[in-house]
Design a protein around this ligand. Structure first.
Ligand SMILES: Nc1ncnc2c1ncn2[C@@H]1O[C@H](COP(=O)(O)OP(=O)(O)O)[C@@H](O)[C@H]1O
Ligand SMILES: Cc1ncc(C[n+]2csc(CCOP(=O)(O)OP(=O)(O)O)c2C)c(N)n1
Ligand SMILES: [Mg+2]
Length: 344
C-alpha cells in the first residue's frame, strides 16, 4: 500500500464506488449491463442460473492482524466461487458489498480490491455491482455469486445413491493448521511485541488459509470426461460436517476410511508440531474449499487418472449410519464437529 492516506470522506460514497470500479473490464458476453445502474442485467442464453451468497465478518471469519487486505479481497471472492463450482456450474458474475469503518483509507480499500480483481480475472468473472456503507465497527463483506450451468446439469447435495463412491479433491486440514499457527503467533506477539512471528517453512499451511483457490479444474475435468457427480458440495466447515449434510439430505449413511483421507505431508508435519491428530484436522478443520462429491461406481476408471481426486469411502444404507473406519480397524460415528460460527 502507498504511504499516502486518502480519507474516504474526501471522495464520498459515489466517488469511492467510481474509484473502486473505474478500471474493471467486462469479460463475459452474458454481462448486458454492469456497475452504474439500479441493477445489473445478465443474459445466460439458454443456460440455467445458479446464485449463492456469503457473508464475511471481521473477528468471526477473518482477523486483520494477520490477514493482508489483498489476500482478504481474493479469498472473499474465492469462497463464493467455490459454492458456484459445487453446483457443477461456471461462475460468471459477482456482486461485492462492503461495510467499512473510518479506520479504512481509500488506499486500504484499493488493496482489498486488487485482490478482488485478481480473483475475478483469474476465474473469468465480472464484478457487476454491490453496495457500500459505513460500519460502526469492523469490516463486513458480502459477496453474491452468479453462475451458469447447462439445463439440469446442476448437482445437489440430496441425490447421492447407495453404493456411490465418496470422493474429495485436493487435500484437507491445511487451512485449519494455518489458522492455528497464525493465532498462536498473534498471541505470542500480543504478549510480547518484540518477538517476531516464526513462520519459517509454514508457507503451505499459511497459504491454504490466506490464499485459497476454488476447484475450477475439477469441474472442467468433469465436463471433459463426461462425468456428472450424483451429489456435491464444497468443503468450508470440514468434511465431517459436509458428508453429514450429503448423507442427511440423500437419506443415506456412509463409510469413510481414515487411511484414504488426503492430507499433505506439510500439513501432517504441522499437526504433529502442534500435538494434533492430522486426521482430526482433516475431518473437522475448515476452509479447505475443496469439493466433496459422490460418483457412480462405473465412473471409477475415469477418475483414477486425476491425481487431484481421492476416493475416501462409499455411501451406504441410512440404517448403517455415518462411520469412519480407522487405520487401527476401529469404527467411529462421524459427528459434525466442523467449524460453527455460533459455538461460544
Ligand atoms: N439468512 C438466510 N436466509 C435465507 N437462506 C439462508 C440464510 N442463511 C443461509 N441460507 C441458505 O441455507 C442453505 C445452507 O447455507 P450454508 O450452510 O451457509 O451453505 P454454504 O456452506 O454452502 O454457504 C443455503 O441454501 C443458503 O442459501
Ligand atoms: C478469526 C478467524 N476465526 C475463525 C476462522 C475459521 N473460519 C472462518 S470461516 C470458516 C468456515 C466457513 O464459514 P461459514 O460462514 O460457515 O461459510 P459457509 O459454510 O456458509 O460458506 C472457518 C473455519 C478464521 N479463518 N478466522
Ligand atoms: Mg453460507
Amino acid at each position: 500500500m502507498s504511504e499516502t492516506r486518502t480519507e474516504i470522506s474526501s471522495l464520498g460514497e459515489f466517488g469511492l464506488i467510481d474509484h473502486l470500479t473505474r478500471n474493471f473490464e467486462i469479460q463475459n458476453a452474458s454481462t448486458i449491463l454492469s456497475v452504474g445502474d439500479d441493477a445489473a442485467v445478465i443474459d445466460h442464453f439458454g443456460k440455467q442460473t445458479v446464485i449463492t451468497t456469503d457473508l464475511l465478518i471481521e473477528g468471526i471469519h477473518f482477523d486483520l492482524m494477520y490477514t493482508p487486505l489483498k489476500h482478504l479481497g481474493y479469498k472473499s471472492v474465492i469462497v463464493n466461487l467455490s459454492d458456484v463450482y459445487a453446483m457443477n456450474a461456471i461462475p460468471t458474475h459477482i456482486t461485492m458489498s462492503i461495510g467499512i469503518s473510518n479506520r479504512f483509507s481509500v488506499e486500504a480499500l484499493d488493496e482489498f480490491y486488487e485482490g478482488v480483481y485478481a480473483a475475478c480475472s483469474k476465474y473469468n468473472v465480472d464484478l457487476v455491482g454491490g453496495d457500500t456503507s459505513a460500519s460502526q465497527k469492523g469490516f463486513i463483506i458480502s459477496v453474491t455469486g452468479v453462475g451458469e450451468v447447462a439445463p439440469d446439469k446442476f448437482v445437489k447435495r440430496s441425490t447421492a445413491k447407495k453404493g456411490d463412491l465418496v470422493c474429495v479433491s485436493g487435500d484437507l486440514g491445511g487451512a485449519f493448521l494455518g489458522l492455528t499457527l497464525l493465532e498462536r503467533e498473534k498471541k505470542i506477539y500480543l504478549e510480547n511485541p518484540q518477538i517476531q512471528p516464526d513462520l519459517e517453512n509454514e508457507d503451505y499451511i499459511v497459504g491454504r488459509l490466506l490464499k485459497p483457490e476454488a476447484r475450477k479444474d475439477i469441474i472442467e475435468f468433469f465436463e471433459k470426461n463426461d462425468i456428472v457427480p450424483t451429489a456435491m458440495m464444497d468443503v468450508s466447515d470440514g468434511i465431517s460436517s459436509e458428508i453429514l449434510h450429503i448423507c442427511k439430505q440423500s437419506n443415506l449413511g456412509c463409510r469413510l476410511y481414515e487411511e484414504k483421507l488426503p492430507i499433505a505431508e506439510l500439513t501432517r508435519q504441522a499437526a504433529f508440531k502442534f500435538g494434533l491428530d492430522p486426521t482430526v484436522c482433516a475431518l473437522n478443520g475448515g476452509e479447505d474449499y475443496e469439493l466433496i462429491f459422490t460418483l457412480k461406481q462405473e465412473d471409477y476408471d475415469k477418475i483414477t487418472l486425476n491425481e487431484e481426486i481421492a476416493v475416501i469411502g462409499y455411501m451406504s444404507e441410512l440404517e448403517e449410519g455415518c462411520k469412519l473406519l480407522t487405520k487401527g480397524g476401529n469404527t467411529f460415528d462421524i459427528t459434525a464437529q466442523g467449524w460453527n460460527a455460533f459455538r461460544g
